[in-house]
Design a protein around this ligand. Structure first.
Ligand SMILES: [Ca+2]
Ligand SMILES: [Ca+2]
Ligand SMILES: [Ca+2]
Length: 363
């Protein structure tokens, strides 16, 4: 009975979902693999792009952090458990098992092994999930850690410190620089055959020359983002909007991001969340057409399940910056066009230039 029901649900989902190239291997997303049939080359499977990036050295790891990192608030970051990779050796002046720089990030005392003087060293407390700065356990959010599995996170409220959420244990590993990232990612990597690795296309991380303008982080201010795009400056914003398809309304929070790569603007957007609902008017109309509340609610649950994925991405190379600015202004006014074009990417995205669309299904 349970089996029949889950097969029915799975086939319904298969009908509703577009086919995603990487959905077949969700277990591999966000992991580091070492090419054991060659010379142990390290590859990162980007969980957003569903593509692999080659990491030959610390410089490439640094570019990966800069280009593919996701900004996170300190409050959210604190809810993800901390992992410690003992094989990565770094300065630890008080010998408590936490490197000096990790202690700076955690705000523990790097000169005192037991910051809160409770008899347990800072390292012991972090390893056991206890608070090294006071009493009690560290508060964690397993669902958040799972959602960010395999992502690189950047502490945008402080100094952009980078962390990697290891899919194997859903803990975050601190990477103080490119060299640390490279070594820690190698330690966390697992072997893979060439055949399995070749399942993923290669994504090339192009940092490009520095533009002299740091990434403008606009929070939720679309005017700030639009102005930055007009100046071909790298920028990010979280953008919230609603759209309506047939009787279903969808509330979306999306991260928009542009990057100035050697003078060219690259654009991408990522769904942070999508919630679907039915307005009272539409519910009444559906009931007048003979549906019961229970049927309407069941349909809604199925729709929500089918679109429950975050990390849905459009990536475009912008050919005409002013066209992108015009589209963003329309979005801000609530006019969002998403009709399919000849390549399946029409509507507003057709104005940007060549686009790829990648959608990753949640596990
Ligand atoms: Ca220490
Ligand atoms: Ca300490
Ligand atoms: Ca302590």
């Amino acid at each position: 009975m349970m089996l029949a029901r889950s097969i029915a649900a799975a086939s319904l989902l298969a009908l509703l979902l577009p086919s995603f190239a990487s959905a077949a291997r969700p277990d591999m997303l966000g992991k580091i693999f070492l090419q054991v049939e060659e010379h142990g080359e390290a590859w990162y499977i980007d969980p957003v792009l569903g593509m692999r990036t080659y990491l030959p050295d610390g410089q490439s790891a640094l570019e990966l952090l800069r280009m593919r990192g996701l900004g996170i608030s300190n409050a959210d970051l604190s809810l993800i458990p901390i992992g410690i990779e003992d094989r990565f050796q770094d300065a630890d002046r008080d010998g408590d098992g936490l490197s000096d720089q990790l202690e700076d990030s955690l705000r523990t005392n790097k000169n005192v092994a037991d910051s809160d003087l409770d008899g347990f060293s800072d390292g012991e407390e972090v390893r056991t999930g206890n608070n090294p700065n006071g009493a009690g356990k560290m508060k964690t959010d397993a669902a958040l850690a799972k959602r960010l599995s395999g992502r690189i996170l950047l502490q945008v409220e402080t100094n952009g410190e980078a962390w990697y959420v290891n899919p194997a244990d859903l803990k975050r590993y601190y990477m103080k620089d490119g060299n640390a990232a490279y070594q820690i990612m190698r330690f966390l990597g697992v072997g893979i055959t060439n055949k399995d690795l070749e399942y993923f296309d290669i994504a090339i991380i192009e940092a490009g020359p520095e533009t002299g303008l740091a990434t403008k982080r606009c929070g939720t201010d679309m005017d700030c983002f639009i102005a930055a795009v007009g100046n071909t400056q790298s920028a990010t914003v979280n953008f919230t909007y609603d759209f309506h398809l047939w009787t279903i309304s969808t509330h979306v929070v999306q991260q928009l991001e542009t990057r100035n790569v050697a003078g060219n603007i690259q654009y991408q957007d990522t769904y942070l969340s999508r919630q679907m609902f039915i307005t009272p008017e539409n519910r009444l109309a559906m009931k007048n057409n003979g549906k019961t509340d229970a049927q309407i609610d069941a349909d809604l649950v199925q729709m929500q399940l089918s679109t429950d994925s975050v990390n849905v991405l459009h990536a475009c190379t912008v050919q005409n910056t002013s066209a992108l600015v015009d589209v963003l202004k329309n979005w801000k006014m609530g006019t969002f066009r998403y009709e399919s074009g000849p390549e399946g990417l029409g509507g507003d995205y057709a104005a940007f230039g060549p686009c790829t669309e990648t959608q990753i299904q949640n596990q």
